[in-house]
Design a protein around this ligand. Structure first.
Ligand code: ADP
Ligand code: TRP
Length: 325
């Protein structure tokens, strides 16, 4: 069973949504399955990031976040997507079996179009590149958040179409591993936490910045002495760091009245700081070792490339490209 997933390098550090929705599960799955690959989706970031230095910095940030969170290069293959450029060849092959209508139905494209954005071909083709990422490595299980589920369904569809077109089994159909089917980490404004909404709480922000984000979580104007609705962002975020008995206790405290939102926020802040402290330390240590990180990614690319090569060759042979094998 091979596990594979990727993260787009588009910011300075990951937020709580990325951690609880994705990274935490990556680490758990690396323990559960021997064969795991996690990459930095730098080709994908080209649809939004248009600056070389920024892309390099953001890519390094994903590597640091991966290592800080506990991904271990001895257990999982960590690599940069663009270090295995064969993925672009498979992307092309897949585009030729992908109906326009399928891509027109993709959420990300539809949303961008509805907002009147100038959509380029890269954004339109994004799901095909993502499918190639998965299919190139014969991945069986792809841990992703709910928002990526559609992309995995499209990936399966493309694999089936390719296999059918060339009457072969060159590509393996992956299964999504949906992390937290129902739970979406809320942002400071109560909507889904997302970079695009500017409502994030970053895992490794400095204490001051973290305090500002946490204190800025929107709450209603229920007076301190009245009961509080625990189905709101501040409590939902606090829950992420609490045990089930602690959560029950909090519900009781909230229902009893006398609990101020400010107190919950202070507790949340201290829990975030404690929870991420060991990871923050690890991240700081790796920050001083860029050469070691490059070496980890180089080794990772070598291992990933070795998996990719026969898969791509299988597709080339099946479709009659290149020298007959
Ligand atoms: P953003 O919405 O901030 O741009 P990405 O789309 O880059 O985040 O998401 C990276 C990963 O983190 C994906 O697997 C996604 O499902 C997960 N993720 C992002 N935001 C959340 C959230 N608020 N709750 C749970 N998972 C999330
Ligand atoms: N599209 C994913 C996201 O926005 C990142 C990604 C790119 C990915 N390629 C992938 C995730 C392959 C899983 C598998 O979060």
């Amino acid at each position: 069973m091979r596990v594979l997933s990727g993260t787009k390098p588009t910011g300075d550090s990951l937020h709580l949504g990325n951690y609880f929705g994705a990274l935490k599960q990556f680490v758990l799955l690396q323990e559960k399955y021997e064969d795991a690959l996690y990459f930095i989706a730098d080709y994908h970031s080209m649809t939004t990031v248009r600056d070389a230095e920024l892309r390099r910095r953001y890519s390094m940030n994903v590597a640091l976040d991966y290592l800080a969170a506990g991904l271990d290069p001895d257990r999982a293959v960590l690599f940069r997507q663009s270090d295995v450029p064969e993925v672009c060849e498979l992307t092309w092959m897949l585009t030729t079996v992908t109906p326009m209508g399928m891509l027109e139905r993709a959420h990300a494209y539809k949303a961008a179009k509805d907002q009147g954005e100038n959509v380029d071909h890269g954004l339109f083709t994004y799901p095909v590149l993502m499918a190639a990422d998965i299919l190139l490595y014969h991945a069986d299980l792809v841990p992703v958040g709910q928002d990526q589920k559609q992309h995995i369904e499209m990936t399966r569809d493309m694999a089936q179409r390719f296999n059918h077109a060339y009457d072969c089994e060159a590509l393996v159909l992956p299964e999504p591993y949906i992390m937290d089917d129902t739970a979406t980490v809320p942002g400071t404004d109560g909507r889904k936490m997302s970079k695009s909404y500017d409502n994030t709480i970053q895992m490794f922000a400095g204490k001051k910045a973290l305090k500002k984000s946490v204190m800025g979580i929107q709450t209603d104007s229920t007076p301190v002495e009245e009961a509080k609705d625990t189905d709101t962002a501040v409590f939902q975020l606090w829950n992420l760091f609490a045990t089930p008995p602690e959560r029950e206790d909090m519900v009781e405290r909230a229902q009893a009245g006398g609990l101020g939102y400010g107190d919950v926020k202070k507790e949340l802040l201290s829990r975030i700081l404690d929870y991420f402290a060991p990871m923050r330390e690890r991240r700081e240590r790796f920050e001083g070792q860029p050469k070691e990180i490059e070496e980890i990614l180089r080794q990772g690319a070598k291992q990933a490339g070795a998996i990719a090569e026969p898969v791509l060759e299988g597709c080339r042979q099946a479709s009659g490209l290149g020298r007959p094998g």
